[in-house]
Design a protein around this ligand. Sequence first.
Ligand SMILES: NC(=O)c1ccc[n+]([C@@H]2O[C@H](COP(=O)([O-])OP(=O)(O)OC[C@H]3O[C@@H](n4cnc5c(N)ncnc54)[C@H](O)[C@@H]3O)[C@@H](O)[C@H]2O)c1
Length: 370
Amino acid sequence: MRTIGVGLIGTGFMGKCHALAWTGVHAVFDDMPIVRRVMLSEVEEGLARRKADEFGFEAATDDWRALIADPGVEVVSITTPNALHAQMAIAALEAGKHVWCEKPMAPSLADSERMAAAARACGRVAVLGYNYTQSPAIRFIGKLIEDDAIGLLTHFRLEMDEDFMADSEAPFSWRSQASSGYGALDDFAVHPMSLITTLLGAPAEVFGEMSKPYPNRPDGGGRREVETFDIATALLRMADGASGTVQVSRAAWGRKGRLQLQLFGAHGAIVFDQERFNEVGLFVADGPEDTRGFKQLLMGPSHPPYDRFISAPGHQMGFNDLKIIEAHELLNRILGRPALTVDFEAGLAIERTIHAIARSSQEGRWVKVG
Ligand SMILES: NC(=O)c1ccc[n+]([C@@H]2O[C@H](COP(=O)([O-])OP(=O)(O)OC[C@H]3O[C@@H](n4cnc5c(N)ncnc54)[C@H](O)[C@@H]3O)[C@@H](O)[C@H]2O)c1
């Protein structure tokens, strides 16, 4: 069977998720080429070597350009901080490699546009790490909408909350630097936006608000001014008249990985929360009033691609499985098969919405998404 060579840049939180995805994709989806983990790259040679041994990569380097230049590397996973995505993705595409880049595309819209242009010009596959669009539950919700299970969509609410920056004493990191983007908007709101664009379409107009819970954070021996906004809210108007909200916070105590979605239609509602992502709630306004209520549907082998992971219902999937599905869809796309991906073109549309929300927040008015 054909093999495909991959390279991984960055081995932090998401780097490990990509490494696990590349390790597992062939075992889960037997229609895939065998993945050769050719090389990984980190900021420092010793760390790169240690991670290569842990993750099962053949070679290690502290020079990401050497990884891109390696002829054995056909696909490049980019899991570095946001500010580095554009230069790495564009260099990889120009070298003729396929790219799997973590979200968001880039802090500036100009860089996101350059990334999409590079993908267009080289004709290689370039996709973004929008894992939540890949879950069996989200695919099932898409099918419910397609089957008109709740009627015409009138309103939606999406919230994404975590608490890793809820403590005012959480250390200053690249996420607090303006070079990473606006803050919760690029870090979190892009995820709800990926679900909205996948399930419902693109917003036409937005109104945004961003805030900082803490003005500074510990850095070394002292404190450093926080340059990004850890909380953001947006009102959205869709072209078809539906309205919605997106609320995100990296400082929401008690919330660990909450990505809640509520969709309201003319005769029903759908609810979902990533913290319990094997369940979908469905309400249909039908039958006698005294027995109406939300049905809690447990995802299982009849909700693809759950069945590829385990044949037994009730055994549950986890976050890293979503990255395996993402890797599978990326490989499908490389092989010219039908694939569910958020590519650089679709990612650029998300970035345009994010920048429109930020502009609205700065100017205090509704902004059309260009
Ligand atoms: N899809 C998701 O659900 C999700 C979740 C978390 C993070 N992310 C995204 O993943 C990216 C990384 O986030 P993270 O949480 O893994 O950050 P992290 O800080 O844990 O990891 C980043 C890694 O990149 C390495 N790195 C930095 N510069 C490098 C360089 N020049 N060459 C090689 N390696 C370099 C760092 O040493 C670090 O190990 C971000 O863009 C973030 O938005 C996506």
